[in-house]
Structures are given as structure tokens and as C-alpha cells.
Design a binder for this molecule. Structure first.
Ligand code: SAM
Length: 271
């Protein structure tokens, strides 16, 4: 049976007191939270407000969050701040090293543990390594999965052949993404949530709807779709100067400039 009670920290008797918890599907998050160990310097990291909202809404203190594309560790930092345990994976050793170093700065008194490990999340042995850590920490299941994959080749993250940003085609990217979902979904407890953060891309005169394509993969992997939220993309420092160029291109070639990405929420209904 699906669970219809709040999974997170909301006490429904006092529901009017959670003004900072988002319940609308349009996310205008504004300024990035750069406090503490958070950093804006990694091209391709998400704003901390995304994992923060997801964890507060769908996990309680002391529960476990897993992120198979940890980057510089935004999820780990936010988890530890909120008293949730977290395990992250990245294919780049340099990311894992930095994520671990950053989260160390945040480790507080609440006892939350965070670990980043190097691995290729498309490989079953990587999920098995995560499961080993879960066992050692005493968790039969995780309580939230956060997936923030490359938006295919929009940003090339590394030279690693199995880095999803190096997938030779959209089909290969989607296949790799499907393998990650297939490897990590079994670690999540039934009735718990998967959050997918992704944007679309534009190639050879055509909008490629990566968001909806990856959404379908998750839906076909034992999850039901609970919400599609649309988040505004704030221009980062590097791109600001290019805006006029993109606007000119859009007018010339009959398209619209991306100003949004998706934060999608799914509930695990399969095994
Ligand atoms: C969009 S970034 C994630 C950023 C992260 N949310 C943050 O805030 O720092 C995607 C990450 O996926 C990693 N990645 C790509 N392919 C991977 C794979 N097969 N296994 C594990 N990590 C992978 C990249 O190295 C990159 O750091």
C-alpha cells in the first residue's frame, strides 16, 4: 500500500509553521546558498536548496540518503547539516576527495555520517560497495535517492569512458542512466522517494527532451511519478556575457533559450 503520511519532518498538527517548505511546482529559488562548506565553483553542481527541500520533505533525522552522482558533495553537506546520513558516489576521484574534505568541515554534533566513494554508478559492483557501507552503518535500506546526472554532453565532466557525459549518443546516455537506476533502486526502501534533477538539451536544431526521456526510464523501473517541478536556471558568472548571443541565436533559428530544469519526484512502488 502506498504511504500517504508525511515521510519527512512535517508535523501536520503544526502544518502552517512550515512556510519555507516548498509545495508548489514552480521553483524560483533565486540566490545559491554559499554558506559553510558549499561552493559555487564546480560547473554543474546544483543549488543546495534542492537536496535540502527533498530531505526535509521526504526523510527524517537519522535516516539515510544516497546520491550516485555526488560531484563536489552538495548532497553530503546538506545531509550532515540536517542530521541525515549520506553516501555519495562519483566516477572522478578528484570529486570524491573534495566532497569528502568539504563535508568534513560540516560534521557537527548530530552524529550524522557522510561518505563519498569512487565508482562507476552504471556498474552493479558500485551499488554493492554502497550496500557494504549501509550494512556497516546498520541500514538495510536507504530512505531517499537523489540523482543529478550529467545532462548528457552539455558539460563534459571527465575523460572517463563510462562518465555519462561522454556517452556517444542520446541512446547510450539513456541506457547508462537506466543502468544507474537499475543498480540503485533496489537499495531504496519500498514507499520511499527518488528525486531526479535534470535539464534538456538542444542539438542540431532540435530540442532533446532528456527530462522526459529519463522520467520514463524511472517510471518503468518500479516508480510512480509524484511531481514534476520546474526550477529556474540563474545565469552563472561565466554565461552571463553570452546571454545576448543566445537571444540572437534563438530569434534567428526559431527556438527558446533554456531557463529551466526539472526536479522530479517518484515513489518506489516496485521491489
Ligand atoms: C551534474 S554533476 C552532479 C553535481 C552534484 N549534484 C553537485 O552538486 O556537486 C554529475 C556528476 O556525475 C558524475 N558522473 C558521470 N558519470 C558517472 C558515472 N558513470 N558514475 C558515477 N558518477 C558519474 C560526474 O563526474 C559529475 O560529477
Amino acid at each position: 500500500m502506498p504511504n500517504n503520511d508525511p515521510l519527512g519532518e512535517i508535523d501536520l498538527e503544526h502544518w502552517t509553521q512550515y512556510d519555507d517548505i516548498i509545495t508548489d511546482s514552480l521553483w524560483l529559488l533565486g540566490k545559491r546558498d554559499n554558506t559553510g562548506a558549499h561552493t559555487a565553483e564546480y560547473w554543474g553542481n546544483f543549488v543546495p536548496q534542492i537536496p535540502q527541500q527533498a530531505m526535509r520533505r521526504f526523510t527524517k533525522r537519522g535516516e539515510l540518503v544516497i546520491d550516485p552522482f555526488i560531484g563536489l558533495g552538495t548532497t553530503l553537506i546538506e545531509a550532515v547539516r540536517l542530521g541525515r546520513h549520506a553516501i555519495g558516489v562519483d566516477i572522478q576521484p578528484r570529486c570524491v576527495e573534495q566532497a569528502q574534505a568539504r563535508v568534513q568541515q560540516e560534521t557537527g554534533e548530530n552524529g550524522a555520517q557522510a561518505l563519498a566513494i569512487v565508482g562507476d554508478s552504471t556498474r552493479p559492483e558500485t551499488a554493492a560497495a554502497v550496500q557494504e557501507v549501509m550494512r556497516a552503518w546498520g541500514f538495510p535500506h536507504a530512505h531517499l535517492l537523489i540523482l543529478h546526472p550529467p545532462y548528457h554532453d552539455i558539460i563534459r565532466f571527465s575523460e572517463a569512458p563510462n562518465d555519462l557525459s561522454n556517452a556517444p549518443s542520446t541512446e547510450a546516455f539513456l541506457e547508462g542512466f537506466g543502468q544507474v537506476v537499475g543498480n540503485f533502486a533496489p537499495l531504496l526502501a519500498h514507499g520511499r522517494f527518488l528525486v531526479l534533477v535534470i535539464g534538456d538539451k538542444y542539438a542540431r536544431g532540435e530540442w532533446v527532451p532528456l527530462g522526459f526521456q529519463t522520467m520514463e526510464i524511472v517510471r518503468q523501473s518500479g516508480f510512480r511519478l509524484k511531481s514534476i517541478c520546474v526550477k529556474d536556471i540563474q545565469e552563472n558568472r561565466g554565461k552571463r556575457g553570452q546571454y545576448h548571443l543566445w537571444r540572437y541565436r534563438a530569434l534567428k533559428h526559431n527556438f527558446y533559450v533554456f531557463k529551466h530544469e526539472y526536479v522530479m519526484f517518484f515513489e518506489k512502488v516496485g521491489k
